[in-house]
Design a binder for this molecule. Sequence first.
Ligand code: ATP
Length: 366
Amino acid sequence: MAAVTFEGATRTFPQSDRPAVDALDLGIGDGEFMVVVGPSGCGKSTSLRMLAGLEPVSSGRVLIDGVDVTGHRPRDRDVAMVFQGYALYPSMTAGENMAFALRNLGVGADEIRTRVAEAARILQLEELLDRKPAKLSGGQRQRVAMGRAIVRDPKVFCMDEPLSNLDAKLRVSTRAEIAALQKRLGTTTVYVTHDQTEAMTMGDRVVVLRDGRLQQIGTPAELYERPVNTFVAGFIGSPSINLLDRVPVRDGRAVVAGSLRIALPAAGAGLASVTVGVRPEGVDVAGSDPGAGDRLTARVLRVERTGAELFALVEPLGLTDGVGHRGDHLVVRLDKRLGVHEGMELTLRVHLDEALVFDPEGIAVR
Ligand code: ATP
């Protein structure tokens, strides 16, 4: 068992008036892959470093296996860290890099050989054990760094942006490898990234931080489908969700345009206005029928084709007075076979059941 618990864990750096991590309460299950995500400076690395013992905890506690490790030295926590720069020793071979920590821990030579061989097999590094880091590719170095953590068979893996030095293609394949490896080993893992795609594809659950505060914790699907606020809604999903501000509420409905009305749950019916969130994939091009309060006309300003997909930047027409959209225009993903082109006018169908509604403070209305 290696559950991890943060209990009100706070880190305030000296000479700082605001905590970098503010009263973090977080429970991570035994064997769980937990991703910590958020924009630069939100406190991801500091949270991870408090768990690894590399950063003191100003107040609150960190527990591993129910044991309060807040005052324990890093080496007494049985946590292995994988950093973004890999931090391999350049003068040692890949195999020596993997063996180094074990030797320091006083593990016997035969045991070290067995564990390094096993990790090398898992990571397909067998042919490369005698090479020094300078003669390895970025992806291979990353695997050696993983191997160094694996050989220790720790209670917890702490990974801080381990893929950020890899090119885009290698990142995609390596993230799948890491996720599969973690499942095979069953080691509790806390993985920090600023990349929401990594978070969504790798995590059993994902924690979103902002300015040192936990915003939401949930499965990738929960964060995507039921974000608690506009920050989480905007952070998860690519391209970002479209947010329409100051949408007036009439008779329990958010009136985006004359022909687009969204029925609100009871909690939203008394509000004067709401913010409506529509994901780029939450619309398609409508037929000529009048629809059921789900139509929005728009002019296409620009078309972007990524090969597999087509995104259009559109200017909505006929919005209700008062409605403003944060990004000026909406980004929508459309069927690439429809021959959408710049300047054309479209009738879009908004999938009402997928539209999100937030109060004027940006809190989800449910
Ligand atoms: P990034 O994605 O850019 O690595 P992060 O989310 O990991 O960011 P942290 O590195 O945890 O963020 O930093 C959180 C906050 O604490 C930031 O405002 C940062 O400037 C501040 N901070 C981090 N380390 C120190 C330090 N040693 N001394 C003072 N302030 C620090």
